[in-house]
Design a protein around this ligand. Structure first.
Ligand code: NAI
Ligand code: MG
Length: 357
């Protein structure tokens, strides 16, 4: 059985790192005899918008819904199209309509990468942030009244449904159960946010009862952010609401070095819809067209995609190839953002060759 993958490169360096992501995926698919079928789409980019007046065709949902996964580069080119139009018109549509309620980001200190935290070596930082991706603080419930007067008032409500909270917690517990340390940390703020956050804590406790093998702890979000920096070795799987998860999923990868290598996944765990795999970085207009973008974020996203599709060994092999090439420290291969003199292609080729070798 073949996996059907929709490929959307998007804008800027998205178009430069996607080919390297595909190169690595093809190499690992060949080695493990996995059938991957790629189909490329030109929508979801600012050039498509300039031509058609919209980011996506009207039937995008129909066109994409039966794929097994979406492999996305990056979207956005503020000089051509305002960011709120390009992002809301593409990526955020996919996340919502495909009910990708898990946003998953690994935070792993890789060999050869100089992280911002002193004295940490590979192995010290290796955890996941699991973010709720559909409700919580990012709701459209609220409004504005008496605009422009002394009585001006704005309200935006947090929405937590039992379904929404339980399903992200279940995913996080299941993920923790697959990891050697079997540890789950919940981000809360039940001392200040006195209705929704105690509810979140309550659901964590209820879920924990079904996973006696998992060690559970919780921190208020303020001290939790501090502990990401002070004690990143404490964490294994960290789960948070939409807002807290948003903050932690930027902070976590930042604690492990460059944005050029960080991957992410937007997942619909039931597989009712395709999940989406993309690097954390954007289209990087400042370096686009120079051929120096780091392709590792895109390639690592490909590894997350393989894992999601059930090919754990292939995914591990891909990550190990990334680690091996980083560890080599070969300046001719590495891109400038990680201290090398190489190009997007030299780094991408080296990783693919390591897989084939
Ligand atoms: P950015 O992530 O594109 O760039 C931030 C900085 O990191 C830049 O200096 C860039 O050169 C560098 N950088 C990023 N990726 C790199 C890589 N692979 N290798 C080496 N250096 C890299 O963020 P920025 O500049 O805020 O946004 C640019 C555009 O991208 C905007 O339109 C924004 O909306 C969009 N964006 C899209 C995202 C997505 O598609 N998921 C995520 C973030 C931003
Ligand atoms: Mg963010």
């Amino acid at each position: 059985m073949s996996h059907r993958i929709a490929v959307i490169a998007g804008d800027g360096i998205g178009t430069e790192v996607i080919p390297e992501g595909l190169r690595a995926l093809k190499a690992v698919a060949e080695r493990f005899d996995i059938a991957l079928e790629f189909q490329t789409f030109d929508f979801g980019s600012c050039d498509y918008y300039l031509e058609h007046g919209k980011m996506l065709p009207d039937d995008w949902f129909e066109q994409l819904k039966d794929f097994d996964a979406l492999f996305y580069g990056a979207v956005g080119w503020p000089e051509k199209v305002p960011d709120h139009i390009s992002l809301w018109g593409s990526l955020l549509q996919f996340r919502r309509r495909f009910d990708q309620y898990i946003n998953l980001r690994p935070c792993k200190l890789m060999p050869g990468i100089k992280g911002p935290l002193a004295g940490r070596k590979p192995g010290d930082i290796d955890f996941y942030v699991v973010r709720e991706n559909t409700e919580g603080e990012y709701s459209s419930v609220g409004g504005k009244m008496f605009e422009g007067t002394e009585r001006e008032v704005v309200i935006q409500d947090t929405i937590m449904t039992r379904t929404g909270v339980d399903r992200v917690l279940k995913y996080a517990f299941e993920l923790a159960a697959t990891r050697p340390r079997k540890k789950l940390t919940s981000a809360t703020k039940s001392n200040g946010i006195s209705i929704t956050m105690p509810y979140w804590d309550e659901r964590v406790e209820a879920m924990a009862a079904g996973y006696p093998e998992i060690a559970v702890d919780k921190f208020h979000i303020d001290i939790l952010t501090a502990n990401f920096v002070l004690h990143p070795d404490w964490f294994d799987v960290v789960v948070g609401s939409n807002l807290f998860g948003d903050i932690l999923s930027d902070l976590g990868p930042a604690c492990t070095g460059t944005i050029g290598i960080a991957p992410s996944a937007n997942i619909n765990p039931e597989g009712n819809f395709p999940s989406l795999f993309e690097p954390v970085h954007g289209s990087a207009p400042d370096i686009a067209g120079k051929g120096i973008a780091n392709p590792i974020g895109q390639i690592w996203s490909g590894a997350m995609m393989l894992e999601h599709l059930g090919h754990q060994e292939a995914a591990d092999t891909l990550v190990k190839a990334i680690e091996a090439v980083l560890e080599s420290g070969d300046a001719q291969l590495l891109t400038p953002d990680i201290g090398g003199k190489g190009t997007t292609q030299s780094l991408g080729r080296a990783i693919a060759e390591h897989i084939t070798a």
